[in-house]
Design a protein around this ligand. Structure first.
Ligand SMILES: *Cc1c(COP(=O)(O)O)cnc(C)c1O
Length: 506
């Protein structure tokens, strides 16, 4: 093989070679001043290597172009529309990055004494207060690193609370069939048993089925995990009754807050009666997401559950009992489930979420949800008729679920439509989830997209439908424009290739 060219025209759309493939003996990316002290070798007892490390020898420009090209191979919210349902892929304002990079934050050491980190702790304290206010809960812990970890924390809190009341016969958690897979997974990780509750024809929790389960195993139930709006993009019309039934049976209700983007400033889960809920700061509150950064999944809860929150949390202390003379301290709630993350959680994410809330304020946050819901309903209305939308008769919240089923093109599946969308520069919607909708295409535009972007996406989906009818093979073989075409996903999972091999220059 010839040495690869470091020319974007040659490599931009192809598989990017390894950085080792650009190596040329003696080439170097840094220029150091001449030594002004006598050269001395490291002592041998420092376990010096016998041979040089086989590192690539490259110039700065090679490194720059290589990694910039790699960075451009991923679709990202900064490069295009990303309607990945349930994931709330909204634009992350860049002012957050500036805030998170302030030297007063980046220079902190996690083991620094609290009295020298009061500014960072004030930000955390205020964020706890804001999240509690926005959600209607009494207390918040910022510890968990993701929604799933918030779920595990919340389930452990519910379990420990009930066990402390002597209710140790309770070992089951009810989980609607529309729930995210993390709900039953968190239940299992907490050593408990998940019991599925079906949805009814309108997409709500099936009240009859819930009552039947509570009548038979209500005394064994720790609680119910409810996502509202749910993963069909629907606000459960019976949410108050669902909560009442579970609590009447002595259980608690967990709120999966991943879909909070639909109800900011409009509905408070704490006031609806939820006992505990996680927030996904990386969804609702625009901290980077997925490959773009670590997550953050704070938990909020009622007064009764507050002593069980993971900790430490930030609390106000009045020094010498003097209300005027206060400082902020780390506080471990009395019956805390303990620490779930090292130090202060993913602190950089907290700075970004705090910045977002402060930037928007109450009116701005409400507008976020209003526009997210408006955008989703606009897309749903425009796609109705072209693609099946099982609950399209209802107003959706911030997302809706269509189906990749075309009567005129019976061989076409959701996967073919999703792959074809990539040829037009779109990230595909969430596919085959929720599990209760066949060939699901779950679309969440978010509030940050313009009318033009939404129209472009609709036109593309309409064109893809025409292509599916006229030339189904075009869809079956998509994507056509990406560096790697359609993978055999089963084989890729079975025959893992985790180690790239450098091409030998020659
Ligand atoms: C994203 C999501 C979760 C899990 O959150 P992570 O931060 O990815 O762990 C849970 N439930 C729903 C409905 C979600 O969309």
């Amino acid at each position: 093989m010839n040495s690869p060219s470091n020319d974007s025209r040659a490599t931009g759309q192809r598989i990017e070679p390894l950085i080792f493939d650009f190596s040329s003996p003696g080439r170097i990316g840094a220029s150091l001043p001449a030594l002004d002290v006598p050269e001395a070798p490291l002592p041998l007892d420092f376990l010096r290597r016998a041979a040089d490390l086989p590192l690539p020898e490259v110039a700065e420009i090679d490194v720059m172009r290589h990694f910039l090209r790699l960075s451009q191979k991923n679709h990202s919210i900064d490069t295009g529309f990303y309607p990945l349902g349930s994931c709330t892929m909204k634009y992350n304002p860049k002012v957050h990055e500036k805030a998170a990079r302030l030297p007063g934050f980046t220079g902190l050491h996690p083991l620094q004494p609290a009295d020298s980190a009061q500014g960072a702790m004030q930000l955390m304290f205020e964020l706890q207060v804001y999240l509690a206010e926005i959600s209607g809960f009494a207390a918040v812990s910022l510890q968990p690193a993701a929604g799933a970890q918030g779920e595990l924390s919340g389930v452990l809190m519910m379990r420990n609370y009930l066990y402390d009341q002597g209710e140790t016969q309770r070992t089951k958690i009810l989980v609607p069939d529309s729930a995210h897979g993390t709900n039953p997974a968190s239940t299992t990780m907490a050593g408990l048993q998940a019991v599925e509750i079906p949805s009814d024809a309108r997409g709500n929790v099936d009240l009859g089925a819930l009552k039947t389960q509570l009548d038979s195993i209500g005394h064994e139930v720790i609680g119910l995990m409810l996502t509202n709006p749910n993963t069909l993009g629907l606000f459960d019309e019976n949410v108050l009754e669902v909560i009442r039934l579970v609590q009447a049976a002595g259980g608690l209700v967990y709120g999966d807050g991943a879909n909070f983007n639909a109800i900011l400033g409009i509905t408070k889960p704490g006031e609806l009666g939820f006992d505990v809920m996680h927030f996904n700061l990386h969804k609702t509150f625009t901290t980077p997401h997925g490959g773009g950064g670590p997550g953050s999944g704070p938990v909020g809860c009622s007064e009764a559950l507050a002593p069980y929150l993971p900790g430490p949390v930030v609390a106000v202390r009045a020094r010498n009992g003097d209300e005027e003379d206060i400082d902020l301290v780390w506080y471990m709630p009395q019956y805390s489930i303990g620490r779930v993350k090292s130090f202060a959680g993913n602190f950089g994410m907290l700075v970004r979420a705090y910045t977002y809330i402060r930037m928007l304020g109450e009116e701005g946050l409400r507008a976020v949800s209003q526009n997210a819901v408006l955008n989703a309903n606009y897309l749903q209305a425009r796609l109705k008729g072209a693609y099946p939308i099982p609950h399209g008769d209802r107003t959706c919240m911030h997302e809706f679920v269509a189906q990749g089923i075309l009567e005129e093109a019976p061989t076409i599946h959701t996967m073919d439509i999703a792959k074809r969308l990539m040829d037009f520069g779109y990230h595909p919607p969430t596919v085959y989830f929720p599990l209760i909708v066949r060939e699901a295409l779950m679309i969440e535009p978010t509030e940050t997209e313009s009318r033009e972007t939404l129209d472009g996406f609709v036109e593309t989906l309409l064109q893809i439908k025409e292509e599916a009818i006229a030339n189904p093979q075009l869809l079956k073989e998509a994507p056509h424009t990406t560096p790697v075409g359609r993978l055999d996903e089963v084989r890729a999972a079975r025959e893992l290739k985790l180690c790239a091999t450098a091409a030998k220059p020659g």
